[in-house]
Ligand binder design. Structure first.
Ligand code: NAD
Length: 317
């Protein structure tokens, strides 16, 4: 960032201190989009990632002095605080993030997501950050009884992935109340946008459709396709992060979705092409929709990108 000049054009002290942000999981889909936005507004970013699902190529376009990448497993390292020194903000996104593999290997998910979160929160506590944002998941609502679902509604943990993300959230919020840490937990609904994972058998619906369209295969639709989800574009999600770090809000949990429901058939219609219907999968909710009144009121955020606009942008690219 440029320094100020005095009346004779001489460079004087740079009054605008550059913010330093840590992103765990910064080489992944959401983390790399967040890195782009933070660097654009002048932050220095440190990414901590072990590349279990993230990719170096998601970050290749950044200059070395804006971004530092540390190849590290946050669940194994007890010395994260050395990277956290001088950090203003911590965005904790690193996690194993798929449902079926979590059922097959719960211990791995528990170690990675729960111990990983504990290590990150402990390190952040040592260095006194301005805000810690945790990536929680709407999967904590399981099969929601109330639609739209608010933060106060029932927790219903259906699989180890949901459980590990919810335990992580509990740790983050306990540290906020016990040690007055400035922590916020966002329960993401279905996030989509550039760099969404499209490979692998467990990628989410929009990722699957992108891969099927690319490979000229029919779009696979679970059940009758009338089930609905709340899809939020990653740019809207990142905008909420940026509003949250500037806000006075802390020790709070917020739903982070679009507040709009879209059926799988409607998504398939936007993609176009042939469809193939496959049997329903047990344990998946019929509908999922975020009540976003709390975040709208507290941090004055609202989603701006409609699913039609967001998908068009994604398909054009
Ligand atoms: N994408 C969604 O719709 C969605 C919904 C709800 C919650 N979330 C949460 O958001 C976060 C980011 O999700 P994403 O979609 O970008 O997933 P992603 O898999 O693209 O990103 C996760 C990143 O974390 C890294 N990582 C995992 N374990 C690590 C460890 N032990 N040490 C260091 N790095 C590690 C991976 O390499 C990857 O870069 C996750 O915590 C996920 O649970 C995502």
């Amino acid at each position: 960032m440029d320094g100020f000049k005095d009346i004779r054009g001489k460079e004087i002290i740079n009054k605008l201190k550059t913010s330093k942000s840590i992103i765990t999981g910064g080489a992944g889909f959401i983390g790399s989009n967040l890195a782009d936005h933070l660097i654009r507004i002048g932050h220095k970013v440190i990414v901590l990632d072990n590349f279990v699902s993230g990719k170096k190529s998601n970050l290749d376009h950044h200059k070395k002095n804006d971004l530092r990448i540390i190849n590290i497993d946050i669940s194994k390292s007890k010395k994260l605080d050395k990277y956290f020194k001088g950090a203003d903000y911590v965005f904790h996104l690193a996690a194993l993030a798929q449902i079926i593999p979590s059922i097959k290997n719960p211990e791995k998910y528990f170690k990675n997501n729960v111990l990983g979160t504990l290590n990150v929160v402990k390190a952040a506590k040592k260095v006194k950050i301005k805000k810690l944002i945790y990536a929680a998941s709407s999967s904590c609502y399981g099969t929601p009884k109330k639609i739209p679902t608010s933060e106060k509604d029932k927790i219903d943990l259906k699989h180890p992935y949901a459980a590990t993300k919810f335990i992580g959230e509990t740790i983050v919020m306990k540290y906020a109340s016990m040690f007055k840490m400035p922590n916020i937990s966002f329960r993401f609904f279905n996030v989509y946008g550039p760099r969404l994972t499209i490979s692998g058998q467990y990628s989410a619906v929009i990722g699957n459709f992108l891969s099927q369209k690319k490979n000229k295969k029919p779009l696979t639709i679970v059940g009758n396709g009338r089930q609905t989800r709340d899809f939020i574009h990653v740019d809207d999600l990142v905008d909420a992060f940026l509003k949250a770090i500037k806000s006075k809000s802390f020790n709070k949990i917020y739903n982070l979705g679009s507040g709009k429901k879209t059926s799988i058939n409607a998504i398939a219609k936007i993609f176009g092409g042939k469809k193939k219907f496959i049997p329903i999968r047990p344990g998946e909710p019929k509908n999922s929709l975020a009540n976003i009144s709390k975040i709208k009121k507290d941090i004055k955020w609202r989603p701006k990108i409609s699913i039609e606009q967001g998908l068009k942008k994604l398909l054009d690219n």
